[in-house]
Design a binder for this molecule. Sequence first.
Ligand code: HXC
Length: 515
Amino acid sequence: MAIKKEMLEDLERRRQLIAGDQSKIEARHAKGLMTARERIQGLVDSGSFQESGAHVGHDVRGFGFEKKVLPGDGVVTGLGLVDGRPVSVISQDFMVSGGSLGSRHARKMAETMQQAIELGNPIISMNDSGGARIQEGVRSLAGYGQVFRSNVLASGVVPQIALIAGPCAGGAAYSPALMDFCIQVKKQSNMFICGPEVIKAATGQEAPLDQFATAEAHASVSGNVHFVAENDQDALNIIKRLLSFLPSNNMQDPPHQFSEKLSLELDYGMNEIVPEEPKTPLDAYQVIERLVDSGEWFEVKRDFARNMITGFARIDGMVAGILANQPKVKAGCIDIDASDKAAEFINFCNAFNIPIVTLMDVPGFMPGLAQERGGIIRHGAKVLYAYANCTVPLVTVIMRKAYGGAYIAMGSKDLCADVVYAWPTAEIAVMGAEGAAKIIYKKELANAADPQAKFRELAEDYRQKFSNPYQAAESDIITDVISPAETRYKVALSLRSLLTKRVARPSKKNGLSPL
Ligand code: HXC
């Protein structure tokens, strides 16, 4: 008594067909590309992948497709473990009809995402597709509707990570856009709504792909992608590193790695990196480097709006999202792009229980006609909304400038923060001393015998009175004034004590964040 040998041979034959044509696999390798299955194997722990829907076939009527076999309908889906933690995986197979999305392909994607919501698994979706399967017409468009809807249902429930590993054209780009993080691979991929031919036909403009569709263009200009990868393997490493900072779903805490006891040492080096001269910009990266645990800094959207730094870190083992103004770029002003970048990051951290540490050194919102016409009011309001909407622990360190509306926006105590520390170099004021002196002493300056000397004197007087943290401390709008050397342990101590924070807000259908 044993199963018939032919049945096992038939299963093996079918499996080989599903695994893909060897010549096509070699052609991909020759181009330095991984296959859809290799991407999954490279991501998940060895032997942990449980595929579902491998035997699904296509549903194309006509076009000679009756005789065609499209293994898995062009997409590999299933469950796996990454560093021992479950994930739900989708990987489009370009070797099968260009990874084009037919109705069954879409159904597999949507089912995988809906199961991820039920299981509380992060979703990793690897995109490599010619888009809607042209031969399936409107049914493939309907399939995209199911995919987008699943992305939206998963939003804020489980982290969603998109890899752009090949073409990602037309409406297909909206699934990655609805996800939380996009990683795009250099050279081999592009992402756009309208390609060069369509742009040329509609507008007459020459629009080479490298100006708008590549990883570099999206990372630095459009802001659509969060990470640029050198190749497939690099992209998989980025996904794993990102997952190492995230909880699997919104019911969990992020993977803190508590140390047995807090290290409460002072870091005198932090005092050294603060320039003596207020006009010399501080490099926010140097502060971050000293604040976070060694090797535990993972920057997000590094090349976009570099005046605002965002990233994940561990501080004394606790996962935190860090936002920092970067005075070395645009003087650290908050402009439209920096607003969008900050608000997106804050919203993600809040959705997934990740405490936020804000490092403030901000002279204001960016002045300029283009900014006003471009809607800095609307975009800046996103930052206000995102911070004030937070229920996660919020710790803010005011390092130097904290002027006007930008001070309020960047995690001030009255807007949102639980704890606000200020360095003695903090200048918490409505505006800088020079600007203030010009306005409030207009008449005195006009009548002065030596207006320049009078201006310097009045500006210095204003600076002495207001450009320091003590007015704010006296008014109880900051928690404490600390030396830079105390920053790491004070922040770590605050995070530890805030981890039990629970906030109940009135229920509502949805808030209305400015868009
Ligand atoms: C059906 C497709 C396909 C598609 C590619 N293929 N895209 N089949 N529908 N959308 C098939 C090809 O026929 C070919 O099949 C195989 O995939 C590989 O394609 P090639 O063209 O040989 O490969 P390559 O030269 O690398 O070019 C890749 C490509 C190109 C840039 C993606 O195929 C292309 O431009 N495809 C069309 C892209 C597009 O316009 N898609 C529709 C977007 S609109 P064989 O059998 O020869 O191997 C859209 C709407 C979504 O997606 C809306 C959502 C709301």
